[in-house]
Design a protein around this ligand. Structure first.
Ligand code: ADP
Length: 269
């Protein structure tokens, strides 16, 4: 459904060229929750931003349901982007608008009938569990509540795809868990495909059914989490797995206890 094909991107700064993405190929099926993991500066944000062409790749194609996004003009792209929600690490809410007004914004921009806006925003508030916060301003909300508002806003135009850029990096572990549960619920109940980037194995383990590992602009692994774990050859994968050793799922941990692998250690209970 979403094909990231041969995507490359070079940034030029102060007469220096820096290749942030180097020939990335990744397919994402409808209904998947795909995690892209990598260290800071690996190219994760740049990659996720090429999917809706916020970042224009130098080479390659983004093909969604057979449509090549790299060939669209700006008016067509603006239209397509409405069906792709995006959430960010720092929520990006407008402080002068209430929760209700923040969520209503994409609908207002789309010239939706006022009565329909009210109904839709109330429905979205219910999905994210913030019915009682509709008339509060962002400054009175916790980080988790702010991210819930941002998620509701991202869902306003009934997207088929949600792009999450380090959506839980600014949150404590318990809040992270609740936001990940909300994302999983949205994926299950609304059938929305999710592509998220993270530098934490915890996030991948919690909700992703596929994972791609990116390092220095290159895709070093893609597949299921167990495929990633059995790919013991790659030093980058080793680093992630070892840094997240306490987070290896139980069934994989049992497998590691039976068949130990270089660089991977089972969790000792
Ligand atoms: P990540 O999300 O994995 O931390 P990014 O995609 O943000 O990585 O960045 C990858 C590399 O590209 C970094 O070295 C970053 O400095 C560089 N980069 C990103 N955006 C720009 C830009 N607009 N101009 C110049 N360099 C950039």
């Amino acid at each position: 459904m979403i094909e990231i094909k041969n995507i490359s991107k070079t940034f030029h700064q102060k007469k220096q060229a820096f290749k942030a993405l180097d020939n990335i190929n990744l397919n994402i099926e409808k209904g998947d929750i795909v995690g892209i993991i990598g260290f800071s500066g690996a190219g994760k944000s740049t990659l996720i931003r090429t999917v809706n062409l916020l970042e224009k790749p130098d080479e390659g194609q983004i093909i969604i349901d057979g449509k090549d996004f790299t060939k669209l003009n700006s008016r067509q792209l603006a239209q397509e982007r409405k069906k792709i929600g995006m959430i960010f690490q720092h929520f990006n809410l407008l402080s002068s608008r209430t929760v209700f007004e923040n969520i209503a914004l994409p609908l207002e921009l789309d010239d939706v009938n006022k009565d329909n806006i009210k109904e839709k925003v109330n429905e979205l508030l219910k999905i994210v569990g913030l019915e009682d916060k509709a008339h509060e301003y962002p400054k009175s909300l916790s980080g988790g509540q702010k991210q819930r508002v941002a998620i509701a806003r991202a869902l306003a135009n009934d997207p088929y795809l949600l792009l999450c850029d380090e959506a839980t990096s600014a949150l404590d572990p318990a809040t992270t868990q609740s936001i990940l549960e909300l994302l999983r619920d949205i994926n299950h109940r609304l059938g929305i495909t999710i592509l998220l980037i993270t530098h934490e194995m915890e996030v991948i383990k919690a909700i992703c059914n596929h994972v791609a590992v990116i390092d220095k602009g290159q895709l070093v692994s893609k597949g299921t989490l167990s495929e990633m774990i059995t790919n013991k050859e790659n030093p980058i994968i080793k680093q992630f797995l070892n840094s997240g050793v306490m987070t290896i799922p139980q069934e994989l941990n049992k497998k590691l206890q039976k068949e130990p692998q270089d660089g991977l250690f089972p969790l000792v209970e």
